[in-house]
Design a protein around this ligand. Structure first.
Ligand SMILES: [Zn+2]
Length: 168
């Protein structure tokens, strides 16, 4: 007897729901939509669609950084990935931000303790370009805002790690 073919629609175990047919799976646990979604873009009607090179960069980032983190710590939440130039401008991103090339993501951080675990894991185990633990407020009294991490798929990764990167 023949096995029944799997359903056409892929059901993602991570979200227990079907993905939009136009979505692209970049690695085992990460889909393009998670890395392009932006509340600001939606609110302002900005089309935050990456080009093929940006998508390739995002995929490298998933394979080299996000999947190892996901395997070690479980589900992680991306707050910002790719940003088109207009979106980057609206969120006051740097003009040379690696988010513009799909080489950087910001990861949601629930506590300073979690932040340090992620930070150490990346520094000790992975190849990365920059890992910045972004702190809002005073240098010693500030609260962790997010973990910015980048991977450069076009050049040597510089391994710049800053655990108290102040942002406004
Ligand atoms: Zn960032």
């Amino acid at each position: 007897m023949q096995n029944t073919p799997p359903p056409m629609e892929y059901v993602c175990k991570e979200h227990s729901s079907a993905h939009d047919p136009s979505d692209v799976q970049l690695s085992e646990h990460f889909w393009l939509s998670e890395l392009t979604k932006s509340g600001t873009a939606e609110r302002l009607g900005i089309d935050n669609t990456p080009d093929i090179e940006d998508i390739e960069s995002l995929q490298s980032l998933c394979i080299h950084i996000l999947e190892p983190l996901r395997r070690r710590f479980g589900v992680i939440k991306i707050t910002s990935g790719y940003r088109c130039p207009l979106l980057n401008e609206k969120v006051n991103g740097s003009r040379t931000s690696q988010h513009l090339k799909g080489q950087a993501v910001d990861i949601f951080i629930s506590s300073n303790e979690v932040a340090m675990k992620y930070f150490r894991f990346i520094v000790e185990n992975l190849d990365f370009d920059q890992v910045l633990l972004e702190i809002k407020g005073g240098r010693y009294t500030g609260k962790v805002h997010c973990l910015h991490v980048s991977y450069n798929n076009e050049d040597v990764n510089r391994r710049i790690a800053i655990s108290d990167y102040k942002v406004k």
